[in-house]
Write a protein that binds this ligand. Structure first.
Ligand SMILES: Cc1cc2nc3c(=O)[nH]c(=O)nc-3n(C[C@H](O)[C@H](O)[C@H](O)COP(=O)(O)OP(=O)(O)OC[C@H]3O[C@@H](n4cnc5c(N)ncnc54)[C@H](O)[C@@H]3O)c2cc1C
Length: 805
């Protein structure tokens, strides 16, 4: 087959993801698009998907994405003339346990808040909707009338037709075997049929996306697992509009097909498909049956739908599908290579998500940046270490099951850990630290007292709460030590370093040497790309500190904004420094015991830094506190961290020093109203909405990205506003994501919540939308929807309120 030698955009892969990206690019006017498929369209994974299409995702933006996809699928046949098999049959999700029912109730509240129709129904009502199901053991269920099902291969072909109709070229039987790069940019592909030059490549290669990415030096961390369903013959009572049914406690789902059932699921311990590399000839192929692996699903299904006892099982389908380390798909421009985009790793939800993901990908390509906050699926959430194949295989065995497993609040993934550790890891582990993982770093969540068993998971007040309260108490009343080594840290050096920072940051960055500045880094829409602290170390040298999760993302954002002619070098120095945070009213007293340097408020003002001795080490002390109150962050060369820690701990015994973890840290920063990127701050929130106007200097001489948008929005009605919620009672314990109810209406969600020693109850942060965003709140009574119950809270624009003079 002849292929052109040039196209503006090349899409690699003709599954549903590639066809959806092509369709949306064409719809946005990009028609010089060439899609290359090594086999036939749909021949990878798409052809054998079950075809369940649900709308609910864990957050607002992702739910909007899925909702859009469904709207598209409903209209596509009319547009292209090709049937999609789309049927809005609705879906029923059932709960076997009280805890699962609480989770479903939370979903109802979230769905209502996100504009998705969703109702709680009784076991009997569930049985009415799904008569072949057994309901005597159910706690309840939810009903989503807008959900449905489609025929994946037909849907994909319909998208392909819509793209072709607008001018997209699609070539089958063309394997892309190489990527041509020039000056850090993707400029073309190699195939056995010749080279094709282009401006943009989109990797939609499904389970091949990791090995295809590697051809371009791009990390696409995904790995295949064997994935199963059975197909039965006709069953009485099973008809085309029978809803989709999910029984997550049994790990199973059902869909009607030709009068019979497709029944599959997500077993807790999955089976990675250890095929490396995956051959390009794996087209319209399946893997061998494995009834042992399917057994837990079959047992659960026989229980839930006894009609299966006598039904004819036509086949056990086993097809590979790719999964990612966190169970979310991968979208965006690769940080390693400009103009190389990835849209892959759909974790068995590619049919439901590709409609929306294809549009988001096309918007990102056409607009040069994501149109909305896509952090959950952004390729830049993965560091290079995530490409390790042993880790990927083990993690895939775990993430497949997460679809239906009961997910407890703060539950951590267990595989491929520990990996990235601070020099204090063993010491803290020996002292009872229970670790959580962020961007691969092991971080103490809390310290378990000797002899106490590890608390079990719960939706209610956690067993670790009293221990964490002790850590908080030490922070507020004496001194506590937090290991914050996992912070992302970069050095920006060179003649133009200041000019780059002035352009990227909304605050004034031209500060004296030794000073630290907190600033927003905004996009053109005035939304937070990051919030960061910058320490000026010399006229032309700055140490930039950002959150642990954003190492790749923030590096990428800063790097791509350094112009070719500018002399500014960015280096990731995260692993060079430990940050030991000494927090509390006795912090200065403690440092005086281990350092001869003067750290009095006159000698070291708030937000200033200086090099000091600690024990035998030299560290840079910064007078800073994320938890609020007095405190110092010690930027310590990593090889001296152990020494500094031991010196502080030894001297601190007399002062009541305590190790403290991230649960305490997070709860205390919430109490003090400190925002966190990824929770309160993201690309969709402006400093006006986030209440961070103080960190923006509109009158600084240098222009900065986002300034025009902020000026435009100044004084206008707010779309949303960050508020503090103080719980009326100390009996309730929330975890985040709960709907905020004002005047009976759902007006937003909680972004972060923690236990506040000051309130003796939970305190939360969250955005309120609409009218309530433009009203003042100084104790406004409201409620939150906690596992289906309404809990009284008060809303404050600012809490604690400033003391009266
Ligand atoms: C058993 C099973 C049940 C499922 N059920 C559902 C469901 O109910 N709902 C749902 O939403 N999802 C479901 N899925 C998931 C869904 O099938 C996938 O997420 C989706 O098909 C992925 O689409 P894709 O376009 O990313 O990948 P693919 O369909 O695999 O497309 C990628 C294409 O890239 C091509 N390619 C790769 N490398 C190259 C190269 N170098 N050059 C040229 N071409 C290349 C491949 O040949 C392939 O055709 C299920 C999956 C399985 C296995």
């Amino acid at each position: 087959m002849n292929i052109p030698t040039q196209a503006q955009i090349i899409i690699v892969g003709g599954g549903i993801a590639g066809c959806s990206v092509a369709y949306h690019l064409a719809k946005m006017g990009k028609t010089d698009v060439l899609l290359l498929e090594q086999g036939k369209l749909t021949s990878g994974t798409t052809w054998h998907a079950a075809g369940l299409v649900g709308q609910m995702r864990p957050n607002r933006n992702m739910t909007q994405m899925s909702k859009y996809g469904i709207e598209l699928y409903a209209l596509l046949e009319a547009e292209t003339g090709l049937a999609t098999g789309w049927k809005q049959c609705g879906s029923v999700n059932v709960a076997r346990t009280p805890e699962r029912m609480k989770v479903l109730k939370k979903q109802v509240a979230m769905a209502n808040s996100f504009g998705v129709e969703c109702h709680e129904i009784s076991p009997q009502e569930a049985g009415d909707k799904y008569p072949i199901m057994r309901t005597d053991d159910l706690q309840g269920a939810i009903w989503l009338p807008g959900d449905g099902k489609a025929n994946p291969a037909d849907l994909c072909m319909s998208l392909a037709k819509g793209a072709r109709n607008r001018g997209v070229k699609m070539a089958e039987g063309i394997e892309v075997t190489g990527v041509i790069t020039e000056n850090g940019k993707a400029v073309g592909v190699r195939t056995a049929q010749g080279e094709v030059r282009c401006e943009v490549i989109v990797n939609c290669a499904g389970q091949w996306a990791r090995q295809f990415g590697r051809l371009a030096g791009v990390n696409v961390p995904l790995y295949s697992a064997e994935h199963f369903y059975i197909v039965t013959g006709k069953i009485p009572g099973v008809h085309p509009m029978l809803p989709v049914m999910r029984d997550p406690d049994g790990f199973i789902y059902y869909k009607e097909e030709v009068g019979g059932l497709v029944m599959g699921g997500f077993e807790p311990q999955a089976k990675p498909w250890k095929m490396d590399p995956i051959p390009s000839t794996f087209q319209f192929e399946l893997l061998d049956e494995d009834w042992d692996q399917f057994e837990p699903l079959m047992t659960a299904a026989l229980h839930r739908t006894p009609c299966l006892e006598t039904a004819e099982v036509k086949m056990l389908l086993n097809g590979p599908e790719s999964f990612t380390p966190d169970g979310n798909f991968i979208l965006g421009e690769a940080p390693e290579l400009r103009n190389f985009f990835v849209c892959a790793g759909f974790n068995s939800a590619g049919i439901a998500n590709s409609g929306g993901a294809g549009r988001l990908m096309a918007e990102w390509i056409v607009g040069g940046e994501p149109s909305t906050d896509l952090w959950d699926v952004d390729i830049r959430r993965f560091g290079p270490f995530t490409g390790n194949r042993k880790a990927l295989a083990e993690r895939t065995g775990e993430t497949l099951g997460l679809h239906y497993a009961m997910r407890w609040p703060r539950q951590e993934l267990e595989t491929a850990r520990p990996l990235r550790t601070s020099p204090l890891y063993d010491i803290l582990a020996a002292k009872g630290a229970e670790f959580g993982s962020k961007n691969g770093w092991e971080r103490a969540s809390y310290f378990r007292p000797e002899g106490m068993p590890r608390p079990g998971h719960t939706l209610d007040k956690p067993g670790w709460l009293p221990w964490m309260i002790e850590e908080q108490k030490a922070t507020r009343e004496a001194v506590a030590l937090y290991d914050q080594t996992s912070f992302s840290k970069y050095l920006l050096q060179g003649r133009d370093a200041l000019a780059v920072l002035q352009r990227l940051c909304a605050n004034e960055m031209d500060v004296p040497i030794g000073k630290m500045v907190y600033s927003a880094m905004l996009n053109e829409r005035g939304g937070f790309e990051s919030d960061l602290t910058v320490m000026r170390q010399a006229a032309d040298r700055f140490l930039i500190i950002t959150g642990s999760a954003q190492t790749v993302r923030d590096f990428d954002w800063i790097k791509r904004h350094i112009a070719e002619a500018e002399h500014a070098l960015l280096t990731d120095v995260s692993a060079m420094y430990s940050v030991l945070s000494v927090m509390g009213p006795k912090a200065r007293e403690l440092l005086a015991l281990v350092s001869p340097d003067d750290l009095s408020p006159e000698a070291l003002k708030f937000s200033w830094t200086k090099e000091i001795d600690v024990g035998f080490a030299r560290v840079r002390a910064a007078r800073m506190s994320y938890v609020g109150g007095p405190g110092f962050e010690l930027y310590t060369p990593i090889e001296m961290a152990r020494h500094v820690y031991l010196a502080l701990m030894e001297a601190g015994q007399a002062l009541g020093i305590r190790d403290a973890g991230y649960y305490a840290l997070d709860a205390l920063r919430i109490e003090q109203g400190r925002r966190a990127w990824g929770a309160e701050l993201g690309p969709d929130e402006t400093p006006w909405e986030a209440g961070l106007a103080f960190s923006v200097k509109l009158d600084k001489p240098a222009d900065f990205i986002g300034k025009a948008a902020l000026l435009n929005a100044q004084g206008l009605t707010l779309r949303k506003k960050l508020v503090t919620l103080v719980f009326d009672t100390g009996d309730a314990f929330a975890w985040g994501g709960e709907a905020i109810v004002l005047g009976g209406q759902s007006v937003g969600e909680i972004s972060s919540v923690g236990w506040s020693p000051l309130a003796g109850a939970c305190v939360a942060l969250g955005y309120v939308r609409g009218d309530s965003a433009n009203q003042a709140h100084a104790g406004t009574p409201a409620q939150i929807e906690l596992w289906g119950e309404r809990v009284a809270v008060k809303l404050y624009d600012r809490w604690p309120l400033p003391a009266k003079a």
